[in-house]
Design a protein around this ligand. Structure first.
Ligand code: WT7
Length: 652
């Protein structure tokens, strides 16, 4: 493969330890039989329809798939409601008083909502939204901490056919403003604040800044989460307290029957341009995909206590904190805060305290746990765990084995799940009752999913490295980029024909059919499991009055996977001091959010450019990674590189 970053990962393939599923796990697993793959392959549409029929529909579909590449319609003619599937049908069943959400706040406060509680609160909030003029098709922005009201608000939107757009609470005012404006959201739900490492993040204050420039917003609802120590500005006529509105709201709100292809939500994610894309997911296919994968990959059973540590602001939280598990009628644990608050065993104490059976987290967290040492988990009884999962970035075999041994007690299957915001649901993953896993490999495509490795020319590579492509439509696939139909085609379906989805990831396929994910091959970084576009950070940097030009690259980081390195040229007469580095880092945090702060900022008189003026990021990456500098023959001025390399080595 031509991408220079893949070579160093090839030692992953030397990993030859294998972990067959324990007999005791297999004996009770939903999937015990390898033939599921062959059956799904024989008739993928029938395979998915089987799962769709386990959901509740108001009108049955007449056609499973209408595929006009690259536009898919799943379950054509069918109507259903996502909140009915996630709440009502459980509230009507033996699960009525089962805990749907067990929530713990960072300060230690806790709340449990049964399916019946959720049923009432979702309907109440749906009525609140309606009363404030929200109707079918309207967009609602949600900027909240990880509290039950976030899930309630999502489901309430789904109930009345409104489209939610959740904005992660760690994003800046400007990011919130841009997302609200792109989606033309009519209403915003936020909170006075949320807890993070003992501090209150002043969400309403941040929202107020955004709201100065969001003409589409008519009303704002504020959830009271903080300790009331913070002053909260309430704008008469526009802003309303959640608890006040809920007091007067009826707990009965008939669900809208939504077309399978009606929009369920928009979620913004970073791409290769400076502007995040609003990924569109629809109702029937998305619910089918998240329902099926939750059931099979996590082997979800009625008696499980399931905990996915992701924030709901990311797709992992949408699919595997809210929609997938609730569609399965599961008990979901939610935790508001940081893993090291008040101490580094917060997660393990939560697992012990709530008897968690299924645990799903990110490699960056696992690497931090490794660094903190085995004494923290050893202080707790983790014996209720029966399955552990990983998502968000490639997991290095060392972290995998540590996780398996010290968290899973060498008894739990590990599911390393590959997917993306765009795919909506897990695409490549072990099935825990049947897959023999290899640390570092996400193993094989989920039944019904067709993934291939392609070379630059688009030829399928039977084994070895290349670019990961998905070559058959799947129910939870994105349906578009909000407001930009053309970019949808160009970005994802235009490299090797309109029927091949381009993932942006590099991968290798081994002789046994296992996929080894190697990271992004485009200008997208993965920092601590968070997706950040290099162009976004560059735009934030050049927005600062002192900056003339900026180039951003990723460099390997022991815990975060990747860290951000920025090469910056300042305008005439401005000198790069240490204080100026801090100023620029803060500027990026203000523009995007703290997750996008560069680790290194190097001031330089020149950037390496081709004779036509294109910045050669490949060479900057070599510097940031501490590698020998690659081919510089196309550079306009080759001496730039030698100077930069020495400077980088001295300054970082
Ligand atoms: C990118 C998608 C959907 C999960 C949360 C991230 C990387 C995700 C894995 C994995 C190797 C992974 C890919 C992908 N990624 N899971 N198990 N192994 N890489 O969603 O923000 O849309 O990012 O995360 O590079 O393209 P996202």
């Amino acid at each position: 493969m031509s991408d220079p970053r893949t070579a160093e990962f090839s030692d992953l393939l030397r990993e030859d330890r294998t972990f067959p599923p324990p007999d005791s796990f297999r004996a009770n697993a939903h999937v015990r039989d390898e033939r599921i793959y062959a059956e799904a392959e024989r008739d993928p549409e029938a395979f998915w329809a089987q799962f769709a029929s386990e959901l509740e529909w108001s009108t049955p579909w007449t056609q499973v798939l209408d595929w006009r590449p690259p536009h898919a319609k799943w379950f054509v003619g069918g109507t259903l409601n996502a909140s009915v599937n996630c709440v009502d049908r459980h509230a009507r069943s033996h699960r009525r008083n089962k805990a749907a959400i067990i929530w713990e706040g960072e300060p230690g406060d806790r709340r449990t909502l049964t399916y019946w509680d959720l049923y009432r609160e979702v309907q109440q909030f749906a009525n609140v939204l309606k009363k404030l003029g929200v109707s079918r098709g309207d967009r609602v922005a949600l900027y909240l901490p990880l509290i039950p009201e976030l899930a309630i608000a999502m489901l309430a939107c789904a109930r009345i056919g409104a489209v939610h757009s959740v904005v992660f609470g760690g994003f800046s005012s400007e990011s919130l403003r841009d997302r609200i404006n792109d989606a033309q959201a009519k209403l915003l739900v936020t909170a006075d604040g949320g807890y993070r490492r003992g501090q209150i993040v002043p969400l309403k204050q941040m929202a107020d800044e955004a709201l100065q420039d969001t003409p589409s917003i008519r009303n704002v609802i504020i959830v009271q989460r903080g300790d009331r120590s913070m002053p909260v500005h309430v704008q008469e006529g526009r802003d309303h307290w959640y608890h006040r509105l809920m007091q007067d709201a009826s707990p009965v709100c008939a669900p809208e029957a939504m077309d399978a292809e009606d929009m369920l939500y928009i979620l913004y994610t970073s791409g290769t341009t400076g502007k995040p894309k609003g990924i569109v997911h629809t109702t029937g296919g998305y619910l089918t995909g998240t329902y099926a994968t939750t059931k099979l990959v996590f082997d979800m059973k009625d008696e499980d206590v399931y905990w996915c540590t992701a924030d709901i602001g990311w797709v992992t939280g949408h699919s595997y904190v809210v929609y997938g598990p609730l569609a399965n009628g599961a008990t979901v644990l939610m935790y508001e805060g940081a893993p090291d608050w008040p101490q580094k065993d917060r997660f393990w104490s939560m697992i012990e305290k709530y008897g968690v059976t299924i645990f799903y987290t990110a490699p960056t967290a696992i690497r931090a746990f490794m660094r903190w040492g085995v004494d923290w988990p050893a202080k707790h009884d983790l014996s209720t765990l029966r399955l552990i999962g990983s998502v968000g970035e490639p997991i290095n075999p060392e972290a995998w084995v540590w996780y398996y041994r010290y968290i899973g007690g060498e008894r739990c299957p590990v599911v390393d799940t590959w997917w993306q915001t765009e795919t909506g649901a897990i695409m490549i993953s072990p099935l825990p009752g049947i897959t023999t896993t290899r640390p570092g490999s996400a193993s094989r495509p989920f039944p019904g999913i067709k993934a291939e490795i392609k070379n630059e020319r688009g030829e399928t590579v039977p084994s070895g490295g290349g670019l990961l492509a998905i070559t058959r439509p799947w129910p939870a696939m994105l349906r578009g980029i909000y407001g930009d139909p053309e970019r949808y085609v160009r970005q994802y379906w235009n490299r090797w024909g309109h029927d091949v989805y381009v993932t942006g990831d590099g991968a290798k396929l081994d002789a046994d059919g296992n996929f080894w994910l190697l990271g992004r091959v485009d200008d997208v970084l993965n920092v601590a499991g968070h997706r950040i576009g290099t162009m976004e950070v560059e735009s934030a940097l050049v927005d600062h009055p002192s900056v003339a030009e900026a180039a951003v690259v990723g460099k390997p980081h022991e815990i975060k996977g990747q860290a951000i390195a920025a090469f910056v040229t300042l305008k005439e007469g401005i000198f790069g001091t240490k204080a100026h580095v801090d100023e620029l880092r803060e500027h990026v945090a203000r523009k995007i959010g703290a997750i996008a702060k560069p680790d290194d900022i190097i001031f330089t008189a020149d950037l390496p450019k081709t004779r036509s003026g294109k910045i050669m990021r490949r060479l900057l990456r070599d510097i940031a990674e501490g590698k020998a500098i690659g081919d510089t023959t196309t550079l306009a001025d080759a001496s730039v590189m030698a100077k930069l390399k020495t400077q980088y080595e001295n300054e970082t």
